[in-house]
Design a protein around this ligand. Structure first.
Ligand SMILES: [Zn+2]
Ligand SMILES: [Zn+2]
Length: 318
């Protein structure tokens, strides 16, 4: 039984990474079982660091996050080693006694068979890749938003920044186009700014809602109307994410959001609601609203600051 004994009682199995250097993980909570991937060697350094599920935030030892397919694979590696060693040991016991005399019976033992097969698996494709800006972990998830599996920071602000960077690029492209196309790109860039902030704001409030007085209300705050959102956040979380913004800058942000509303719902034609929300000249009534690239660029910059402020304030709440 030499081969079998040499195996010892402990196996260390290294799991292969996929073609992008990522390794699959699965949340151990039965209610979640969320699948994600991360790149070993990036992120926090140290032994026995906990892992966090990007979807539900559950934290546990990283040895709890193996996927079912990985466990099956690991078991099959062990089985293969054991059956392989067993076969070798049995082979060494092979014998062949020839029959002797007229009535002798010959007995032989011949070992045949192969070690059990490995249970190979493939990691799945995911939708969003993030390099955590706090701990540098590279990870991929379904959807867009999630917690960093290493440092547990939520990525909503990072996603906002990424989307606002895209807005800058869109504006740069607009400069190279003829006027009608340029105008459309600038309008799209404005639309993108607002949706990026809306997605970010809602997600950030949802994630930190457990700290609010009325969590279900906090999760419903819409950010397409930034003035109303500011009031709701003040009510629910008792923080003002625009407190540090100069009044003139806030007016600019508000006007840009109102312009987006006209573009999305009124074919860009100025109405009375727009005038009362912005205080712009009544002579603009019925005229087409104008949007210039510098306005959108400035909005993008302000939203970056407002986003940082909202995230920081909500994260810091006890
Ligand atoms: Zn989970
Ligand atoms: Zn991180």
């Amino acid at each position: 039984m030499r081969h079998l004994r040499n195996l010892g009682s402990q196996f260390s199995i290294s799991l292969p990474t996929d073609e992008e250097g990522l390794i699959g993980r699965e949340c151990p909570l039965a209610a979640c079982e969320g699948y994600f991937k991360l790149q070993p060697g990036t992120g926090l350094k140290g032994d026995k660091l906990p892992c966090y599920c990007p979807y539900c935030g559950h934290g546990a030892g990283s040895d709890k996050f193996f996927t079912k397919a990985q466990v099956e694979y690991a078991k099959s590696v062990v089985m293969r080693e054991v059956t392989g060693a067993l076969l070798k040991d049995l082979k060494s016991l092979e014998f062949n006694h020839r029959p002797r005399g007229a009535f002798g019976i010959g007995i032989s033992m011949k070992v045949s068979g192969k070690p059990t097969a490995l249970r190979h698996y493939r990691e799945s494709k995911l939708e969003t890749e993030v390099v955590c800006d706090r701990c540098t972990l590279r990870y991929t998830i379904y959807g867009v938003f999630g917690f960093c599996p290493d440092c547990a920071v939520h990525n909503s602000r990072q996603i906002l920044n990424k989307n606002l960077e895209l807005v800058e690029k869109l504006l740069a492209v607009a400069e190279t186009q003829e006027p009608p196309v340029a105008q459309r790109l600038i309008e799209n860039a404005l639309e993108d700014c607002v949706s990026a902030f809306d997605g970010f704001g809602r997600e950030t409030c949802r994630v930190f809602a457990s700290k609010a007085v009325k969590p279900e209300k906090a999760a419903e705050i819409r950010f397409q109307n930034i003035g109303a959102a500011r009031d709701r956040v003040r009510e629910q979380f008792s923080v003002d994410f625009a407190a540090a913004t100069a009044p003139a800058d806030w007016t600019h942000v508000n006007r840009a959001f109102q312009k987006r509303h006209l573009l999305a719902h009124k074919m860009g034609v100025v109405d009375a609601d727009y005038l009362s929300a912005t205080g712009d000249s009544p002579s603009l009534l019925g005229r087409k609203v104008s949007i210039l690239a510098p306005e959108v660029r400035e909005l993008s910059g302000r939203l970056l600051e407002l986003g940082r402020e909202l995230f920081t304030l909500l994260e810091a709440k006890p």
